[in-house]
Design a protein around this ligand. Sequence first.
Ligand SMILES: Nc1ncnc2c1ncn2[C@@H]1O[C@H](COP(=O)(O)OP(=O)(O)OP(=O)(O)O)[C@@H](O)[C@H]1O
Length: 388
Amino acid sequence: MAEHTIPLVSLTGVSKTFDGKAIIDNLDLSIYDGEFLTILGPSGCGKTTVLRLLAGLEQADGGRITLADEDITRVAAEHRHVNTVFQSYALFPHMTLFDNVAFGLRMQKLPMAEIRPRVLEALKMVQLEQMANRYPHQLSGGQQQRVAIARAVVNRPRVLLLDESLSALDYKLRKQMQSELKQLQRRLGITFVFVTHDQEEALSMSDRIVVMHAGKIVQDGTPREIYESPANLFVARFIGEINIMDGELLARAEPAGAWHARVEGRECVVHSKHSFSAGDKVCVLLRPEDVRMKVSRSEGNEPQDTTTPQTLDSQTFDRQTMGVPGRIVERLYKGATLESRVALQSGQLILISEFFNEDDPDFDYRLGQQVDISWADSWEVVLPYEQH
Ligand SMILES: Nc1ncnc2c1ncn2[C@@H]1O[C@H](COP(=O)(O)OP(=O)(O)OP(=O)(O)O)[C@@H](O)[C@H]1O
């Protein structure tokens, strides 16, 4: 992945209030030159408002916005080198693609000799130059979206803002456009700021994700950091499926950051980047694909029971002092994976996702089967306790 180290846009202490309510609260954000940044968060968290502040479509009540070191906080939208692609592409239906893309340049009263090559270049970038004479209704949703991008790109913006730009598309086209948009951004080298509430879209497209909640940034990191090391329960839950178990730290272990802990009543070693003290209550988080399951040794099953799945990494399993006992209460066939829901003795339900292993006839578990669950050493995320 390319390194993006030069801030192109900076928001410093930016606030925005609507009807006496703080919607954006003292927000600090740097956007780097050439990166694909996604602002991700639930409906109403303020994502679009941040985009509109960047575009100049809303005025900040407090704070400062700079673009390439120039203070643009009070600069009018049309004088910022920023363009927006809205969810509803807003193409002019009575104009050809060429005229749609040329519109902004004509408004600037540029000579036709300059407009024509720029429009054709922009249409070429989105691979629609052959369709320059068509009208929007003659295009698919994905093609219309590409016209909207060409119309923005033709202005040679430093930053392209995209507001839920793919949400009007059906699932298959949306997947295709996600990859096209990412490739386009690489090719153009323009900084993209993309707003979505779709975590999967954010993970697959972005160099960096900013997760927002109630007008604040709650985590800022690469897709992998956000998924693998969520900063709190809100982020963990918002980004995919997560299991949250209660635990207590008993004593420090080796190396630094490791703790002897009791998780769901069982003693084990956990690891955390947070600083804790012995006796602290914690939440132990595990993604479904990081949980391991083994037929229980303690509930009358032989350790070498033939139903013991061969796919288990027994070394990993044994590194934990003991698994947490539970019972399989649900199994869901998902094609490539098998999902199982295991009820622990505390009543907590744990979701486990395992890749199907066709070579292993014993892979399948029975409903009601007693199992011990564990996880790959140090793949757990340990956070300060929060009610959940
Ligand atoms: N012009 C406005 N006047 C009053 N309230 C507004 C205005 N614009 C936004 N809001 C409020 O600000 C909050 C954040 O809105 P915003 O559109 O930024 O959220 P969002 O995260 O983009 O949500 P969504 O994903 O649903 O678009 C909402 O509660 C919204 O009702």
